[in-house]
Design a binder for this molecule. Structure first.
Ligand code: ADP
Ligand code: ZN
Length: 527
């Protein structure tokens, strides 16, 4: 950072105490804030609830001028402005919900230097009129919230975000901080490139939520499983139950009410009065269980949610992590509980195939769903697998997930794994799961014959397993880091460094008995 700091002279810690009333910074907050205060750029990766807002709110108050916060979520923007105003901070927003007069008032406040923070929707910011205004104003920093929206691989892509790279050239010397809760390494690189943040320091905080116990079980009788779980461990607790469909939300809420629980449904099919009444009760009363579709949760910050239950499989690990992350914000023991079945997978695949979006997008989504299934099927610590997906590591098994507490039934996968890995290798690490399985099972499809892969040594050597069983093997190899999806997102599987010893047969590998399979099929030896 070559820019000389322009600050009020107040220390960040003092602002934290005086304005926000908090004791100390969490984890990386202090480092991030110092970087931005001194004029440097920053890319911040922090889990939901980790405390991203303070990372730009404190520098906004320490540096002179107005901080411009770019946020795509109008409701959150309004909440934050209201909360800041209550703390005595001069904050305002510009977005499409305001009329001309309101907008002009905010613009005047900006020009006369009365604002500490200005929240702005991206489409508004990139209008020439807004950019010109900002050039005449005195700015302290730009904060780009939900920065993963710039990524075309992600499901939140917004084309307006691409324009934000102009901030670098048009406002040299104004520090920029980009923040996101969802970004694997590929997305992180993409954010840095597309937002011209190549000089930015990266701050990646741990994704571990040690007080959350992760548990995933195959679905047998989902309703009974849910009732047993709540009765045994969380009777009287506040919790969230996620279902995929509105009908199931309604039915599950009724089921819980019948058992005497204070359960309330929440989904987009309810009128907005009912929705906000249920949300209010969840926030204010003790022991309310909200049964919801994923429409519920954005911006919900209730510290004492003791459990999050999934009756259906989320479509990605990002979604799973975000939804389960609503449990235990206060740091006390909490449970992330899920049951899943083959039907879930089929339904999600159908929704995916029927969705808008090009082949490339669908391929990436398919990989994400496979990673989610991979987590369900691992034999190792679930937390280690979950954290690895987000580029984070945990050296030891956590001791606080179901696979740590009750090691699952496994089979000796050594031979199958060698076949799978050498098939990836022999076909040049250019193909996806379906193709690889076709080769292993000796299918005579056109593509195989065209590429001459009926001649490779792994052709047809995998007939002892069904296609579904092979899928499970491949998912577990990906989940355990032996295979990875190609970084370009074409769906090809590639070998990682870790699989060398496996390929040579030097190490043993235990695979989980595929819980999605119907019972009664024998395969390998159970240990
Ligand atoms: P995120 O945007 O990362 O999801 P928020 O910025 O909304 O998270 O913060 C989550 C919660 O943690 C908020 O209630 C916030 O007030 C609180 N919080 C953040 N930083 C601190 C801190 N240093 N000390 C105490 N509470 C904090
Ligand atoms: Zn564990």
């Amino acid at each position: 950072s070559t820019v000389r700091p322009e600050t009020t002279g107040e220390a960040p810690e003092d602002v934290l105490h005086r304005v926000f009333g908090y004791e100390s910074f969490r984890l990386l907050q202090g480092d991030i804030i110092r970087e931005v205060v001194s004029g440097g750029d920053a890319l911040v990766l922090m889990p939901t609830g980790g405390g991203k807002s303070l990372c730009y709110q404190v520098p906004a108050l320490v540096r002179t001028g107005t901080a411009v916060v770019i946020s795509p979520l109008i409701a959150l923007m309004q909440d934050q402005v209201a909360a800041l105003t209550e703390l005595g901070v001069k904050a305002a927003f510009l977005n499409s919900t305001m009329d001309f007069h309101q907008a002009q008032e905010t613009e005047n406040a900006l020009m006369t230097g009365e604002l500490d923070l200005l929240y702005c929707a991206p489409e508004r910011l990139i209008q020439p009129r807004t950019l010109n205004l900002l050039k005449d104003a005195s700015l302290s920093l730009f904060a780009i919230d939900e920065a993963h929206c710039v990524s075309q691989w992600g499901h939140d892509f917004r084309s307006d975000y691409l324009e934000l790279s102009r901030l670098a050239s048009e406002f040299p010397g104004v520090p920029r901080i980009a923040l996101t809760a969802t970004a694997d390494e590929r997305t992180r690189k993409e954010i840095a490139e597309r937002l011209s943040l190549t000089q930015a320091r990266h701050f990646i905080s741990s994704f571990d939520r040690p007080n959350i116990q992760y548990r995933i079980a195959p679905k047998t009788n989902a309703n009974k499983q849910l009732l047993d779980f709540i009765a045994a461990e969380h009777s009287g607790d506040c919790g969230i139950v996620y279902c995929l469909s509105r009908n199931k939300v309604d039915a599950t809420a009724k089921l819980l009410q019948k058992q005497g629980y204070n359960a309330l449904p929440y989904h987009a099919g309810l009128d907005s009065n009912t929705r906000s009444r249920h949300q209010e009760r969840f926030l204010r009363e003790d022991g309310v269980i909200i049964v919801a579709t994923i429409a519920f949760g954005m911006g919900i910050d209730k510290p004492d949610v003791r459990f999050v239950a999934h009756l259906d499989l989320p479509k990605s690990l990002e979604a799973y992590y975000q939804e389960t992350g609503r449990a235990g914000r206060d740091g006390n023991p909490s449970t992330a509980w899920m049951v899943y079945g083959l039907q879930d997978v089929i339904k999600l695949r159908q929704m995916l195939e029927a969705s808008q979006g090009n082949d490339h997008f669908k391929r990436v989504e398919r990989q994400k769903l496979d990673a989610m299934l991979g987590l369900c099927e691992v034999t190792q610590c679930r937390r280690q697998v979950l954290l690895r997906y987000f580029g984070d590591t945990l050296d030891q098994p956590c001791g606080n997930c179901d696979t740590c507490l009750n090691p699952p039934e496994t089979w000796d996968g050594k031979v199958a794994v060698q076949k799978a890995l050498s098939c990836v290798f022999r076909t040049g690490q250019r193909f996806g799961v379906t193709y690889l399985i076709d080769v292993l099972r000796g299918s005579e499809n056109e593509r195989i014959l065209q590429s001459g892969h009926q001649a490779v040594s792994t052709y047809g050597i995998g007939q002892e397993l069904s296609a579904n069983e092979w899928k499970s093997v491949f998912r577990q190899l990906v989940a355990n880091g032996y295979l990875r999806a190609d970084p370009e997102g074409y769906g090809a599987l590639q070998l990682t460094e870790e699989c060398r010893a496996l390929l040579k047969g030097e190490v043993a590998i235990e695979l989980r008995k595929d819980p999605v399979q119907k019972a009664g099929k024998s395969r390998g030896t159970a240990s």
